[in-house]
Write a protein that binds this ligand. Structure first.
Ligand code: HEC
Ligand code: HEC
Ligand code: HEC
Ligand code: HEC
Ligand code: HEC
Ligand code: HEC
Ligand code: HEC
Ligand code: HEC
Ligand code: HEC
Ligand code: HEC
Length: 339
């Protein structure tokens, strides 16, 4: 009986204690919350309307540039800026073109706007890029500085278009130029669809895409940014993954292994034998069979040097007629990749 009473008492005390603690917390809570709420600046969307130092607000710009306003507000960025929490976003037009008071006071003119992106722009690439990097220095753009494209003085707006209207308009505009069906990762904010965008400069890749064996770009299954980050990456050749093999495994997962019998060049680098962009040899091979094997293997138990045309070593898939598990085998007696 006393044990039960003690238990009930302990329970009561515990409950009261917890409740007391809770009420103490809830008593503090409103006070803690009040401060930031009181300091919170007026909504950025509102401050965009208001003049602020050298910034006049997008409304003023729109009064003369109705067309540009229309082609911006429905874009992803236009939308994001209109409903943004960050004060910088709410500068709207001026977040890219710079503070516009002087421009407005002068009644317009090309020389008075701090940053222009059109062809005859007097701004340096650096100046134009820093307008974008003020918001896009993280995420996929983290490694932009020092990347191959940055170091070749490329501007963000060499690839990107900002005033593209509604997404429907954008897709319609791209439609004329889409030579291949648009890949799934196609992004609306680029001047051209991929891979055409990249191929304007990378002509060698353009040629490779037309070869008999090619990654299915033309078929719209992969695109350049399936493997590369054009904004730079810490990895070789701007790859998304840290090595070439990791890149290939990201889609060809079955090649990762582990294998009981590994073929060392496969584990080392898929590009020992394959050319990822396209090749005139079957299966994206860099060199035709059996030459691709002969580049490392010489005759030991059976000759690997040039054979008569009728030889099974030349016929069709050559060496892999027998060594079919060339990427590695899990068969107990698969040490020669025959099974
Ligand atoms: C995210 C950056 C950005 C923002 C925000 C922005 N622009 Fe632009 N603006 C550009 C770029 C880049 C170009 C070059 C053309 C293009 O890429 O569409 C440009 C071009 C222009 C041009 C010249 C257009 C031409 O084709 O001759 C005008 C005028 C202009 N913008 C006004 C505005 C106005 C007005 C706003 C606000 C409604 C605005 N911009 C918002 C980046 C921006
Ligand atoms: C009083 C009307 C007026 C206002 C307000 C105005 N502009 Fe302009 N803007 C002009 C005129 C006129 C030009 C010169 C166009 C030309 O020469 O083709 C111009 C040129 C520009 C250009 C250069 C276009 C190019 O070819 O590269 C940009 C960018 C621009 N304005 C952005 C803005 C922004 C941003 C604002 C708001 C801060 C703004 N303008 C406000 C009239 C105005
Ligand atoms: C060589 C062409 C090229 C250059 C230069 C380039 N981009 Fe891109 N960017 C692309 C492509 C292509 C995509 C679409 C990627 C996708 O859809 O997978 C993209 C996507 C983006 C995106 C949207 C996706 C994301 O990463 O969040 C942003 C933002 C962006 N770029 C900003 C920039 C900025 C800022 C710069 C300059 C510092 C820049 N880009 C320079 C080609 C380029
Ligand atoms: C004031 C901040 C700000 C500036 C400056 C800015 N952006 Fe953006 N951008 C954004 C926001 C916010 C988004 C929406 C991001 C999201 O939805 O994830 C965005 C999205 C994008 C996208 C993907 C959406 C689309 O339309 O394809 C691209 C590409 C892009 N920005 C390129 C640029 C380029 C190029 C510049 C410089 C000319 C630039 N941005 C300048 C804030 C900014
Ligand atoms: C399936 C993945 C994949 C795709 C898709 C891909 N690449 Fe590559 N790319 C690679 C790999 C892997 C390398 C490194 C090859 C090597 O070092 O042998 C590379 C290298 C490159 C290089 C540097 C070549 C050199 O000799 O330094 C360029 C430029 C390039 N790719 C452009 C492109 C373009 C443009 C596209 C779109 C048409 C594209 N890539 C699509 C995987 C890919
Ligand atoms: C305006 C021209 C231009 C465009 C457009 C362009 N590139 Fe490049 N790219 C270059 C130049 C220049 C280099 C440096 C070449 C070199 O170092 O040999 C380069 C280098 C590269 C490299 C090799 C990086 C390395 O480390 O060797 C890759 C990968 C690449 N670009 C991918 C792309 C992709 C993907 C696109 C499309 C989204 C693209 N490029 C669009 C000009 C361009
Ligand atoms: C983004 C996904 C992706 C990545 C990454 C990728 N591949 Fe592929 N690969 C494919 C697709 C899709 C096919 C076409 C498969 C089909 O049609 O059945 C393919 C086909 C191939 C083929 C057969 C080509 C032919 O002519 O039949 C080879 C060989 C190949 N890939 C090697 C590689 C190598 C090597 C790498 C790494 C550099 C790689 N792949 C990275 C998606 C990818
Ligand atoms: C030692 C040379 C060599 C290396 C290294 C190599 N492969 Fe292959 N690969 C071949 C040969 C040879 C074929 C053609 C097979 C055939 O004819 O049966 C092939 C075919 C392929 C195919 C298409 C046929 C299939 O079986 O699906 C893919 C995909 C592929 N390889 C991916 C890879 C990947 C991923 C790597 C890196 C992990 C890699 N290869 C490394 C020699 C190699
Ligand atoms: C980049 C060099 C390279 C290429 C190309 C290459 N191999 Fe190999 N291969 C090796 C190495 C290294 C070994 C391991 C040798 C060892 O363990 O003694 C090996 C092992 C083998 C073995 C097992 C032999 C043994 O003694 O265990 C066979 C079979 C074989 N390779 C067949 C091929 C065929 C067929 C091709 C062409 C599709 C090929 N290799 C392409 C480097 C290469
Ligand atoms: C007719 C089937 C067949 C063809 C075609 C064939 N091999 Fe072989 N290979 C074998 C067999 C079976 C063995 C195992 C021999 C043994 O255990 O005595 C072997 C063993 C090997 C070995 C390991 C033993 C050694 O000699 O060091 C290598 C390396 C090799 N082959 C490479 C090649 C290359 C390269 C080609 C293409 C030029 C090729 N093979 C074509 C059946 C074939």
């Amino acid at each position: 009986m006393t044990a039960k009473l003690r238990f009930t008492l302990t329970l009561l005390v515990t409950i009261l204690g917890v409740a007391g603690l809770g009420s103490a917390q809830s008593a503090n809570a409103p006070e803690d919350n009040k401060k930031p709420a009181a300091e919170k600046p007026s909504s950025p969307a509102q401050s965009a309307m208001k003049p602020d130092g050298d910034y006049v607000g997008s409304e003023v710009c729109a009064s003369c540039h109705a067309e540009q306003e229309k082609s911006f507000v429905h874009t992803i960025m236009g939308n994001a800026m209109a409903h943004s929490k960050a004060a910088a976003d709410a500068r709207g037009c001026e977040s890219c073109h710079g503070p516009g008071r002087r421009h407005v006071d002068a009644g317009g003119g090309k020389d008075t706007i701090p940053i222009r992106f059109t062809k005859d722009s007097p701004n340096t690439v650096e100046e134009r890029n820093s307008a974008c990097l003020s918001c896009h220095a993280k995420g996929n753009q983290l490694f932009w500085r020092g990347s191959p494209h940055e170091s070749r003085a490329m501007a963000c707006v060499d690839c990107h278009q900002v005033h593209y209207g509604t997404q429907a308009q954008r897709y319609a505009a791209l439609g004329d130029e889409v030579r291949y069906s648009a890949p799934l990762t196609e992004h609306v904010g680029t001047k051209k669809p991929q891979p055409e965008l990249c191929l304007t400069c990378h002509q060698m890749r353009r040629a490779q895409l037309q070869r008999s064996s090619h990654m299915p770009y033309r078929e719209g299954k992969v695109t350049c940014t399936s493997c590369h980050n054009p904004h730079g990456s810490p990895n070789p050749t701007q790859l998304l993954q840290s090595t070439i093999n990791e890149n290939c495994y990201s889609c060809h997962t079955e090649r990762r292994g582990p294998f009981l019998w590994e073929h060392p060049p496969v584990m080392e680098n898929c590009a020992n034998c394959h050319e990822p962009h396209g090749s005139s040899n079957p299966e994206l091979l860099k060199v035709r069979m059996p030459r691709v094997c002969d580049s490392c293997h010489d005759a030991s138990r059976h000759p690997t040097q040039a054979q008569p045309l009728s030889s099974i070593k030349n016929f069709n898939r050559g060496c892999t007629n027998c060594h079919s598990l060339i990427h590695g085998s899990n068969h107990p007696s698969g040490n020669h990749f025959l099974r």
